[in-house]
Design a protein around this ligand. Structure first.
Ligand SMILES: [Zn+2]
Ligand SMILES: [Zn+2]
Length: 461
């Protein structure tokens, strides 16, 4: 059964639907078509044009559905089974050009494809990587929906999604998403190196799409495609490849847990895979924002001995102690490298982490480590920025300079959830501010002004 007979059947109303359902079990191909169409029918809001590329908008029943949407959301339930009862459109925060405010715009409800899940977004963290994009410091396809640190509820499985994935993520389950969403099949993913996933970088970071080269986001008014930074998490719904998700237990709240997917995930990747922190190691962290303060907590969880926080804001340094810092250095008042050497008996730390992405702190990080030590760089910088190090020291004293972008979603994210669940990672204190969805632009303004101690989260409920 091809696509056009299916569309005709959709247009044909309920008698045709019964016909379709009755005939759909005759072969596996028909069964596949049944799954596909069943979901489309269930959503009610999608016109047939949505199936063939979102080129037009038919909104005859939009008002009706919008009414339902409000009513259902007040009751805390928007849907009951795969695709059924979804609202007809959603809002998402669109970035169009540098230094213009983020605006909430209306979109069609995104459609997941095979191996992808549709998530009702509940919360999304406010991260510097989005800000880099919004300031034009990191090139990215525009216009796009930013936000890459989400929690939410699974509301739909993409058609033909593997049954094991569907069983692992049943409709209604709570999930947290990693910002690096592994494809699961490329040469890196097949070795478990999800953090280097070829498709993620080739399609998402380079083109703003998912791994078939297409976005899932289309404006309600014009059908215009809008690109996605990771899953485009600052939206009421988002599509996420299933390998980028893990189950969030009921004991963990949506808002605080959002930071697991980037701030904590990035810190864990740096500490577990790049630095390979061992009990008793001394660790210095330069830049105590959302990621840096997560590094302190992970270092503590891994049994680091001296944990030295370096920043230029006393307020952030004060809070660093809650997260495990044994020493705090204000780099405006003291020479950070000298002070780190003093604390470590003149040697330097086993591991230093740079979480700012500035050439000056890149060098500080390198200079803070002991002979044979590891300087781990996790702060993104303006495109093209160059960090310098002393070549002879690097060579003679076997210093390792290691870059790390994030963790490995499939293996690490479930562990982070366990660390949070058992209280070893303190989520509650790590999230210092909450914003309403309507305040999303102000959240990024505050981040840009350094006014956020720890991590802010936008609640999208
Ligand atoms: Zn981030
Ligand atoms: Zn991959």
């Amino acid at each position: 059964m091809g696509i056009s007979p299916i569309l005709n059947l959709i247009r044909g109303g309920s008698a045709a639907k019964r016909l379709l359902f009755a005939s759909s079990s005759s072969s596996s191909l028909a069964a596949a078509a049944y799954v596909n169409v069943g979901i489309v029918l269930g959503s009610r809001s999608l016109s047939s044009s949505s199936l063939v590329g979102h080129t037009t908008t038919t909104d005859n029943n939009q008002n009706h559905n919008h009414h339902n949407h409000n009513q259902n959301s007040r009751n805390g339930r928007w849907y009951h089974s795969a695709g059924a009862g979804l609202p007809s459109y959603m809002r998402a925060a669109v970035f169009r050009e540098p230094n213009k405010p983020l605006a909430l715009e209306e979109f069609h409800i995104p459609r997941p494809k095979s191996g992808e899940l549709l998530i009702k977004t509940k919360a999304c963290g406010v991260c510097h990587s989005d800000l880099h994009v919004m300031k034009g410091e990191i090139p990215f396809s525009t216009p796009c929906v930013v936000g890459h640190e989400i929690t939410g509820e699974v509301v739909e499985h993409g058609p033909l999604t593997d049954t094991k994935i569907a069983e692992r993520f049943p409709i209604g389950c709570h999930v947290v998403g990693a910002f690096i969403m592994p494809c699961g099949n490329c040469s890196f993913c097949s070795k478990g190196h999800d953090d280097l996933c070829e498709d993620f970088f080739a399609y998402n970071r380079a083109k703003g799409t998912l791994y078939d080269g297409e976005t899932r986001l289309f404006l309600r008014s014009s059908g215009q495609p809008i690109f996605m930074y990771s899953m485009g998490g600052l939206a009421e719904f988002c599509v996420v490849p299933a390998h980028g998700l893990t189950i969030l237990p009921d004991s963990l709240p949506y808002t605080e847990s959002a930071i697991l997917g980037c701030a904590v995930f990035t810190a864990y990747g740096a500490m577990a895979h790049a630095a390979e922190v061992r009990p008793g190691d001394s660790v210095a962290v330069i830049g105590i924002g959302g990621v840096g303060s997560s590094c302190l907590q992970i270092a503590r969880a891994f049994g680091a001995s001296d944990i030295i926080a370096v920043d230029v804001h006393d307020e952030k340094l004060q809070k660093a102690k809650i997260f495990g810092a044994t020493h705090a250095i204000n780099a405006l008042k003291e020479d950070a490298v000298e002070k780190i050497r003093e604390i470590t008996g003149g040697k330097g730390v086993d591991i230093a982490v740079e979480a700012l992405g500035k050439p000056k702190t890149f060098l500080q990080c390198f200079e803070s480590v002991k002979d044979g030590g590891k300087a781990v760089m996790i702060g993104l910088s303006q495109a093209g920025a160059v960090g310098e190090v002393d070549i002879n020291r690097l060579v003679r004293r076997k210093i390792k300079v290691i870059g790390s972008y994030g963790g490995r979603a499939r293996q690490d994210l479930p562990k982070l959830v366990r660390l949070a669940e058992t209280g070893i990672f303190n989520l509650k204190d790590a999230v210092s501010r909450r914003y309403k969805f309507e305040e999303v632009d102000r959240a990024f303004q505050d981040l840009n002004q350094g006014a956020i101690v720890g991590r802010a989260v936008v609640e999208i409920m």
